[in-house]
Write a protein that binds this ligand. Structure first.
Ligand SMILES: NC(=O)c1ccc[n+]([C@@H]2O[C@H](COP(=O)([O-])OP(=O)(O)OC[C@H]3O[C@@H](n4cnc5c(N)ncnc54)[C@H](OP(=O)(O)O)[C@@H]3O)[C@@H](O)[C@H]2O)c1
Length: 323
């Protein structure tokens, strides 16, 4: 099978096309023929790596697993003898988590991995762009106990997590204020944002409004910056907190009336199923900036690493057959 590998850490040029053996499913696994994957912010950070401490987990001198990629959409091509949840031909999407390996034509995954059937309304390849941002936004927004009528401020509203957070917050009945650059105003409004603040035209800290939930998807400011924007008992989500900011948040959780949410997003399959339902109810759609073929992975990494993508970058691998 074709796969994009990174045999060494480094610039996008370390990503190479290779021919590798097609994997075979174990008794509890499914073999997935991958339609598409996506390049996410986490992927280029692992490739570099950034931070260097990544080496302790993913390989000290060179990557232990040479295939990046954690999201996919595809079709079940074969199943192990004990598999009961999926059938050959099922069109599925999901996340491979720490196993990664979705920059390839095939992957074997446990049937209990973060996988669900692609909702009928979702274009099959585009489904690959849903899990990264939407699972993250869903995890943090549900933990924040978001409810109808809440006022939610989303910083970094045009990124993968941001575009999902807007759509989810709207689905939960919130009033959304999105912070993004001027070029992305139309995008965030189309996704449902009630109000937009362009960070290149206006200092968002000048706003006199306060919010039940402030969702900082990017971590470009010290968390203190957002405190004046929180209502009493409000919740600050720090999706990209540094280690020092995590300690700060834990301390503030103990000593203030605010709630601070940090940590790693859950990959629970129930969350993906809840997202599938929201897709079927037309609350969530894929937001795709650019598409690249698998062979152009290094170009895709260069583009994503520049930090200006709108929503998601899709990588086409094997198109789904239209029946
Ligand atoms: N905690 C977790 O489990 C978890 C899970 C997933 C992701 N994350 C983290 O979440 C962060 C966001 O990920 P992502 O994939 O959503 O990022 P992303 O898609 O790469 O973000 C890019 C977007 O940010 C906008 N942007 C750049 N500079 C900005 C600024 N100064 N102010 C406001 N917007 C700006 C860009 O548009 P413009 O340049 O036009 O403004 C672009 O639309 C990442 O750092 C990732 O590591 C954490």
């Amino acid at each position: 099978m074709k796969a994009i590998t990174y045999r060494n850490y480094g610039t996008p040029e370390v990503l190479r096309l290779e021919e590798l053996p097609k994997p075979e499913p174990k008794a509890n696994e499914i073999l997935v023929k991958i339609y598409a994957t996506a390049v996410n912010s986490g992927d280029y950070r692992l490739r570099k790596p950034d931070p260097q401490v990544v080496r302790l987990v993913f390989g000290l001198f060179k990557p232990r697993n040479p295939i990046l990629g954690i999201v996919f959409s595809g079709e079940v091509e074969a199943i192990g003898k004990n598999v009961t949840k999926f059938r050959v031909g099922d069109k599925i999407y999901g996340m491979s988590g720490m196993k990664m390996s979705t920059y390839a034509e095939y992957i074997c995954l446990s049937e209990s991995a973060t996988i669900d059937i692609i909702p009928d309304s979702m274009p099959k390849e585009e489904a690959a762009t849903i899990p990264f941002g939407t699972m993250t936004a869903y995890h943090f927004l549900t933990k924040s106990k978001i409810k109808s009528g809440d006022k939610v401020l989303i910083y970094g509203a045009s990124g993968s997590v941001g575009v999902a957070a807007i759509q989810l917050a709207k689905a939960f009945g919130a009033e959304v204020t999105a912070i993004c650059s001027s070029v992305n105003s139309d995008l965030v409004k189309k996704l449902g944002a009630n109000h937009v603040i362009n960070y290149d035209k206006q200092d968002f800290t000048d706003t006199k409004e306060t919010f039940d939930i402030v969702f900082d998807t990017l971590g470009k400011y010290v968390p203190n910056t957002f405190l004046p924007l929180l209502k009493m008992n409000g919740c600050l989500i720090l999706c990209n907190a540094s280690a020092a900011q995590m300690f700060w948040a834990l301390w503030k959780n103990l000593t203030t009336k605010y709630t601070f949410l940090i940590g790693v997003s859950s990959e629970a399959v129930e969350n993906l199923k809840a997202i599938s339902k929201l897709i079927s109810e037309n609350h969530i759609s894929a937001v795709i900036d650019k598409r690249f073929p698998l062979e152009s992975m290094s170009l895709a990494h260069t583009y994503v690493e520049a930090g200006h993508k709108k929503g998601n970058v899709l990588i086409d691998i094997s198109p789904a057959k239209v029946i």
